[in-house]
Design a protein around this ligand. Structure first.
Ligand code: ARG
Length: 279
């Protein structure tokens, strides 16, 4: 009897302790679309929360820690990330967002953070067999070019490619890359940083087209997306971003992310005017 009582007591204590541990820290829910190396991607050697890696994941951990919260990453498609923020299903999305006027009108956007050279250029990639075939916008006449749903790249395709270019909207960039290799479309619009990763991981198979989008400087750095009106949280996030910048973390985080993406040398690749790998 005594034994049973002490067993029950021990159980109660364990439960109380576990309950205490769980309620001790609030959870910070962050949506991201892990198809955008080196910003956010999946480490297939890991499972669960640990499998999401990249610059934005490091940033999300840093923000959660700074807010004294426990990070929960919710992986979803890039367009779903935006809906999740809008409906308040998540606290924020850290997913390589470029600042755009439309987003600024519909969401709270953080101050800029810098992710190396990831989005200083917006490019179009194609298979090596098409090397040199797309030196200018007009070369995409009658061709199929893919871009991600609800992305800056899609906007750039719509505004800078010829009217008779068929623009294919894709949900997931990892799948889109396989489709490109499979010949489902002629080319894929991506951030230069992601192009570097694709090329480094598929040497000799993929090239950057000679044509590159004209990009406003406002799109070069990234922002965190929060619900419209979440001003207090946005202000705290901005303080943390400023502190990360001061501490010089961004360069370190980007180099780490590139290495994890298997492309630590990607930034060293240089291209000639035709978009062919030089040398
Ligand atoms: N920077 C671009 C944008 O804001 C692309 C971001 C894509 N991010 C992603 N995780 N797939 O539209």
């Amino acid at each position: 009897m005594k034994k049973i009582v002490s067993l029950i007591l021990a159980l109660c204590m364990m439960l109380a302790f576990a309950g205490c541990g769980a309620s001790e820290k609030e959870v910070l829910k962050v949506a991201l679309s892990p198809d955008f190396a080196p910003m956010e991607f999946v480490d297939t050697s890991k499972t669960g929360q640990d499998s999401y890696v990249g610059f934005d994941v490091t940033l999300a951990k840093y923000i959660a820690e700074g807010l004294g919260k426990e990070l929960e990453i919710l992986p979803m498609s890039f367009d779903a990330c935006q809906v999740a923020v809008q409906t308040g299903a998540v606290d924020m999305s850290i997913s390589g967002f470029s600042w755009t006027e439309e987003r600024a009108a519909n969401y709270n956007l953080s101050d800029y953070y810098y992710a190396g050279e990831n989005e200083t250029e917006q490019v179009i990639i194609t298979v090596a067999a098409n090397d040199g075939a797309f030196p200018e916008a007009a070369s995409f006449s009658g061709k199929k070019v893919a871009a991600q749903n609800a992305s800056l790249q899609l906007e750039l395709c719509k505004s800078q490619l010829p009217e008779d270019c068929e623009i294919v909207e894709v949900g997931d960039l990892t799948t889109a890359f396989l489709q490109l290799q499979n010949g489902d479309f002629d080319a894929l619009a991506v951030a230069k940083g992601q192009a570097d990763v694709f090329i480094a991981n598929n040497p000799g198979e993929i090239v950057i087209c000679g044509f590159a989008f004209e990009v406003d400087a406002a799109y070069e750095a990234n922002v965190i997306m929060l619900p419209k009106g979440a001003d207090e949280l946005t202000a705290k996030v901005n303080e943390l971003l400023a502190a990360a910048y001061e501490a010089g973390y961004y360069g370190e985080w980007y180099a780490e992310a590139l290495e994890l993406a298997g492309a630590e040398t990607a930034a060293d690749v240089t291209y000639d005017d035709e978009g062919n790998i030089a040398g």
